[in-house]
Design a protein around this ligand. Structure first.
Ligand code: MSP
Length: 645
């Protein structure tokens, strides 16, 4: 086959916080495609990574009291742990803080500047820090960020701009000549109608209002604005503009780049234009999937709907989660997640259809043939349909994947075989054959046909699930790796005579819906604990509270301090001593009104000199402003010096 290389990428994830189940979709999806392509014999390079620069990360780090790099180091560690949990088979994990990536970004900037594709101007507009996006007034939704609904900030600053307008015609041509460039079609129309037709605006590519970014070498104070830094990861990871660019030469252009629909504009307009400016070939396809939603809204941590993937994987196993995402996930359009839907899918497809097929079949081989899979005898008419389906499944799966990465169809095709095999058991009634010694040869054929169908399904599932295929092979007693390849399932009829089946555990337990729904509801609460503990950081402890000493005090004398509007000098009887307090109450209370009142005094506040007078404590009051305050007093008569508890 000519040029059997395949380069597949995921977006690089923001290293700003924990990732939720929705986030895992881009990566699990790309991983499935990478696995299928490897099985098809391609030399695959699968890239993922972390996006670590920008104002949001700078601010989050500041809040956490650490440097931005210390902050992202921690998050990247968690990100990698999550990808290990999800069995993501990436070949490289790029970080935008990698020194060699930064160098490439700087070289790209310099080249674009020198060839006149970048010019200095002034940026004025609304900026959403969490989304790192600029908006014009018209693009805001009720004055807020149209992507995440949060507050935006008015920003004016000197910036470099990329001359997108220069590449307008070339971009139009790209879309005209490459109908496959952007999937799905609906997104293409949206891009063409909303952004491309009216003329692409020049984009801001540098910032001066924060420093956490790749510095622009020819203009100190400017750092690369997120998209040039982030987008160029796809080529810097391969060694573009480096001494050793073998990988770049081999793998660029990308065969498929997976992204979520929120970042489509950047990947299908800015990214191609940047590549045009650099004189590089276009990626063959950008696949922009939808969102995983919950109750109709995009799953998002900020909205409290970000489901923790660890909860599902730890309880139901990784393959249940991978299966659900790849079968029910937002491949093109948004798709809703609900616990019920997840549990029902696991029960119906994995526990019932697949799990039962494997356990019923292996049990019969154990009971009737001392665990050894027998060579088949002659075929009968009733076998034909199963064999035909088994023979076609590899082709169907390959076509589904090659046709817009259709994991949903591919899994359906594999499960069509699994379901047909279950039906075959009902049709051939092997339990009756087992009772009749004269039908032993027929029973051997039926069980072989079932085992071979299961093997084919197991081989094909390797593209999507990472634990179950091996369990299936173990159950069938398949140890020979050549029986696990795509090549081996091109034709039904492998020699399984060396295989001794094993009675293993069920592949998937049948889940009790009610119990599991309760469990998951509790887990969500458990997850909220983290949020609560974050809130707790804002609280003081009881011990902290006890540090503040407050006592009742009786005002003995009071006078207005000269040349001030609001300050009163108050002498307070504290029971065992007297003290002077300066307080800003004069706009509400006259000096005379104060005398005789019982007030609440913070007694262990460090004394402070005000207008030359030493103030020894604070009198508590509530108030909207200085002209409208109300003193905290006691509703019973207590002696001066009584502790407030
Ligand atoms: N850093 C940028 C990408 C730069 S690529 C040069 C970014 N990062 S992200 O962490 O916010 O998102 C990573 C991926 O997760 C994106 O593809 C995004 O669309 C996807 N998802 C985030 N929430 C999602 C859902 N609720 N559902 C499906 N995918 C979602 O964007």
């Amino acid at each position: 086959m000519e040029n059997k290389k395949f380069y597949v990428t995921t977006p690089i994830y923001y290293a700003s916080g924990n990732l939720h189940l929705g986030h895992t979709y881009s990566t699990v999806y790309a991983d499935a495609i990478a696995r299928v392509k490897r099985m098809q014999g391609y030399d695959v390079f699968f890239l993922t990574g972390s996006d670590e620069h920008g104002q949001k990360i700078e601010r989050n780090a500041e809040k956490a009291g650490v440097s931005p790099k210390q902050f992202t180091d921690k998050i990247v560690e968690k990100m990698k742990d999550l990808w290990t949990l999800m069995d993501i088979s990436y070949d490289k994990f790029i970080r935008t803080t990698d020194e060699d990536h930064k160098e490439v970004v700087q070289k790209i900037f310099t080249q674009l500047y020198e060839q006149g594709d970048i010019y200095k101007s002034k940026y004025e507009g609304y900026y959403c820090v969490p989304c790192e996006s600029f908006f014009t007034e018209a693009q805001l939704t009720e004055g807020k960020c149209s992507d995440c609904g949060r507050e935006v900030e008015w920003t004016t600053e000197e910036s470099y701009f990329f001359k997108s307008s220069k590449y307008q015609k070339q971009l139009e041509k790209l879309y005209k000549n490459n109908p496959e460039f952007l999937v799905p079609e609906s997104r293409k129309n949206e891009m063409l109608n909303s952004f491309i037709k009216e003329g692409v605006k020049d984009v801001c590519v540098s910032r001066t209002s924060f420093t956490w970014g790749v510095p622009i070498t020819f203009d100190k104070g400017h750092v690369s604005y997120v998209w040039v830094d982030a987008l160029s990861n796809y080529i810097s990871a391969l060694g573009y503009k480096k001494d050793d660019d073998t990988l770049f030469e081999k793998f660029w252009p990308a065969d498929i780049q997976f992204i979520g629909r929120d970042i489509t504009r950047f990947h299908v307009i800015i990214w191609p234009m940047l590549l045009m400016a650099l004189g590089l070939p276009m990626p063959k396809q950008i696949h922009s999937h939808g969102f995983l939603t919950q109750k109709g809204e995009r799953m998002a941590k900020s909205k409290g709907t970000g489901f923790d993937p660890y909860v599902l994987v730890n309880r139901y196993g990784l393959d249940a989660v991978r299966y659900y995402l790849l079968k029910e996930g937002p491949r093109l359009d948004d798709a809703g997640y609900s616990n019920e839907r997840f549990l029902n899918t696991v029960n119906a497809d994995l526990a019932n259809d697949l799990g039962n097929l494997v356990s019923r079949t292996t049990k019969m081989v154990i009971n009737s043939f001392d665990s050894v899979i027998q060579a088949p005898d002659k075929k009968e008419k009733i076998d034909k349909e199963l064999l035909n389906i088994a023979n076609e499944t590899l082709k169907k799966v390959s076509t589904a994947i090659d046709n817009n990465s259709n994991t949903q169809k591919a899994l359906n095709d594999i499960f069509t075989l699994i379901r047909r095999a279950n039906k075959y058991i009902d049709e051939t009634e092997p339990w009756l054959l087992a009772k009749d010694e004269s039908k032993k040869a027929r029973l051997a054929t039926v069980l072989y046909n079932l085992c071979e169908s299961i093997r084919i399904a197991g081989v094909l599932l390797q593209g999507f699930l990472t634990k179950t295929p091996e369990k299936i092979f173990t159950a069938l007693g398949i140890t020979d790796d050549s029986l696990k390849t795509y090549e081996s399932v091109k034709k039904f009829g492998a020699d399984l005579s060396d295989c001794k089946v094993e009675k293993g555990k069920n592949l998937f337990n049948r889940l009790k819906l009610e119990d599991e729904i309760k469990f998951l509801a509790l887990e969500v609460k458990e997850e909220k604990k983290e949020e609560i503990s974050k809130m707790e950081e804002k609280f003081i402890t009881f011990d902290d509270f006890l540090k503040v000493e407050m006592k009742s005090g009786k005002v003995l004398t009071c006078e207005k301090i000269e040349n001030t509007d609001k300050l009163l000098k108050i002498l307070v009887d504290m029971g065992d001593h007297k003290r002077t307090i300066v307080s800003g109450l004069a706009l509400t209370y006259s000096a005379d009104e104060m005398v005789g009142k019982t007030v609440v005094v913070v007694t262990n506040l460090a004394p402070r000199k005000m207008r030359g007078i030493l103030s020894e404590g604070m009198i508590l009051a509530v108030g909207e402003d200085d002209a409208n305050v109300g003193l905290l007093t006691l509703d019973k008569d207590f002696p001066a010096g009584t502790l407030v508890e």
